[in-house]
Design a protein around this ligand. Structure first.
Ligand code: NAP
Length: 278
């Protein structure tokens, strides 16, 4: 069996490649810039762009299973290519946003629902991984922690259940190497609810000095985020935080049910990525 991993340079995709290799699977990996990939020599590397479905015709030859990011403008065309290649299982990195009430009207929820619908219509057996907010979103705070020992936030009391990207990769590997998750759409979260303020405090503990939260207005936050995030995402991030103040988001037991292990804590994610904050 050969598994095609789309987005092998990604945080989740990279974990999927390592997990598959550890299980002795044959892996072919794609990237838009394959020369930049640093993977073991036994991984076959190809160039492909999700927004150019034709670029997958070659990489899909002889492939049984596919791991796919959902960042694609024309999911129907890409999934037609995947189905035509005879793939027998596709595992999609979707989002918990697709499972929330109001998802069809929400910018973020609706884009994942469209990809999921295209997969369903393609007839290819599938698994949708629906993670909530990633612990790695805290990487956006790295410059503030390093340079100012401070993180500006408009809604520091927003509650999240941040998930380590390796947990998502672990579930993807099980989905890609067994038939147990065909037809499943597990919502995946971390093990504990944490406010943004509590996440900043965990980072402070890990670097060994207090990191202050500086309250900012939405407008100040929007101007700051707009330096490195597209406008539509600036609005979405602020909306998600605003709505998460005082919320009690579900803590999913799916990771433990599927893998038999406890999910990784936010503290573990910070320890694994401490170089970002020092
Ligand atoms: N952040 C969150 O809280 C959150 C929550 C739920 C879901 N998600 C979803 O999770 C994904 C991010 O995961 P991550 O952190 O692992 O991402 P990441 O580290 O930023 O990597 C993204 C990967 O996607 C590949 N990619 C992006 N556009 C592509 C295209 N047009 N064609 C081919 N490959 C493409 C990139 O490959 P190359 O650059 O090498 O081509 C890269 O390997 C996004 O789809 C996001 O919507 C995020």
């Amino acid at each position: 069996m050969t598994v095609l991993v789309v987005g092998a340079s990604g945080a989740v995709g990279g974990g999927v490649v390592s997990g598959l290799l550890a299980r002795g699977e044959r892996v072919r990996a794609t990237s838009r810039t394959p020369d930049k990939l640093a993977l073991p020599a036994d991984v076959e590397v190809c160039a492909a762009d999700l927004n150019d479905p034709g670029s997958f015709a070659g990489p899909l030859e002889g492939i049984d299973r596919v791991f796919l990011y959902a960042d694609l403008a024309e999911p129907e065309a890409l999934l037609a290519t995947v189905a035509a290649a005879g793939v027998r299982h596709v595992v999609v990195l979707s989002s918990a946003a697709a499972s929330l009430p109001g998802a069809p009207e929400d910018f973020n929820g609706s884009r994942f629902l469209r990809v999921e619908a295209a997969v369903e219509e393609s007839g290819v057996p599938h698994t949708f991984l629906r993670p909530g907010g990633f612990a790695s979103n805290a990487a956006r705070w790295s410059w503030g922690v390093r340079d100012e020992s401070a993180v500006p936030l408009p809604y520091p009391d927003a509650v999240q259940v941040p998930i380590h990207e390796q947990d998502i990769a672990d579930v993807a590997v099980i989905a890609l190497t067994t038939d147990t998750l065909i037809g499943a759409a597990p919502v995946l979260t971390g093990p504990e609810r944490l406010t943004l303020r509590e996440q900043v405090a965990v980072i402070g503990d890990a670097v060994g000095r207090p990191v202050q939260v500086i309250e900012q207005t939405e407008a100040e936050c929007a101007a700051m985020l707009a330096r490195y995030v597209p406008e539509v995402w600036v609005r979405q991030i602020i909306k998600d935080w605003r709505e998460a103040v005082g919320a009690s988001p579900a803590v999913s037991a799916e990771y433990t049910r599927i893998t038999g292990r406890p999910s990784r804590t936010f503290r573990a994610w910070v320890a694994d990525n401490i170089a970002l904050f020092r």
